[in-house]
Design a protein around this ligand. Structure first.
Ligand SMILES: [Zn+2]
Length: 296
């Protein structure tokens, strides 16, 4: 086989053409806490904006999923679960998957390997105490990973859903990977915090609805996973929930799409395609070490 041979179709269950996963990164106030940890501000605005998520966004998103008969994967920072102790038990009761998303939504580049492990183990302990279950999945805050984090996921038998090296389930360094995608993440289109730090105004829902229905069509055509990722405080807003309702109508009207949680996708991959796309993630050497540089 050459590198330009057609890619064999991913073996989705029951002959399905593609897969769709509805995931929620329940960030709430956690990224604000992490960013301000050394110097907590007096200002209420961002904290209130993010607190909308647990107050209104979560019940609204949960009602939407219930109406469409879809189980979601909710990745919750431990500090959010600690602040809102009803959240994990309520999600589990409703049949959703709950997964790890850091303790304080700590950013990978800002913690040591030891701190990462400490926070991860602490978060697992909190999930166990609140739900009686051990979470099976991890999603990294801001979707970055290190070799140490992958090794820890492997040690703790967690799948990861943070990388985007392929568009179908695979494994990286022995860890089952359920890939994400920036183009199906609500934050890049809608996140707007004010105060001058934003890239531009939030997009209207028409443009995003068009983009995501196109993603859905392309996913069916190429047999990929469409991993939709929304945030409680962003897509829980009325007009965005209304758009999601329309989008989910499309998903459920297509019988050839496998609608699954990230945990179900990981279990399927391990059971039916464990040898497929077993990747080793490694980084190339610096250009400064390259012979072409030395000769320059
Ligand atoms: Zn997050």
């Amino acid at each position: 086989m050459t590198a330009l041979s057609p890619v064999p179709a991913y073996p989705w269950p029951q002959g399905k053409a593609s897969a769709f996963c509805f995931s929620v990164d329940v960030d709430a106030h956690a990224p604000w806490l992490w960013a301000n940890r050394a110097d907590m501000p007096r200002l209420l605005g961002h904290h209130e904006q993010r607190s909308f998520g647990p107050r209104i966004g979560m019940p609204r998103i949960a009602a939407l999923l219930a109406a469409h008969g879809i189980k979601g994967s909710f990745f919750v920072p431990a500090i959010v679960a600690e602040t809102h102790p009803w959240m994990l038990p309520a999600l589990v009761d409703a049949g959703h998957e709950v997964g790890l998303h850091g303790y304080f939504h700590e950013l990978v580049a800002q913690v040591s390997d030891d701190q990462f492990t400490h926070f991860l183990e602490g978060a697992i302990g909190l999930f166990q105490a609140q739900t009686g279950q051990t979470p099976r999945g991890f999603r990294s805050p801001a979707w970055e990973m290190t070799p140490h984090m992958l090794a820890e996921c492997r040690r703790l038998d967690l799948y990861d859903s943070s990388l985007m090296g392929l568009e179908t389930p695979h494994s990286v360094n022995g860890v089952t990977q359920i890939p994400v995608s920036w183009s199906t993440d609500d934050a890049i289109f809608f996140k707007f915090l004010g105060g001058g730090g934003d890239m531009g105004p939030p997009l209207g829902t028409d443009a995003v609805y068009r983009a995501w229905t196109e993603e859905l069509q392309a996913s069916r055509r190429y047999g990929t996973l469409m991993m939709l990722t929304v945030h409680d405080w962003i897509s829980g807003k009325a007009v965005r929930a209304q758009m999601l309702d329309k989008l989910l109508g499309h998903v459920t009207a297509s019988p050839d799409i496998w609608i699954a949680t990230a945990g179900e996708l990981a279990a399927h991959h391990r059971a039916h395609a464990p040898e497929r796309d077993a990747l080793t993630a490694s980084l190339p050497e610096s250009p400064l070490e390259h012979p072409a540089w030395k000769d320059a």
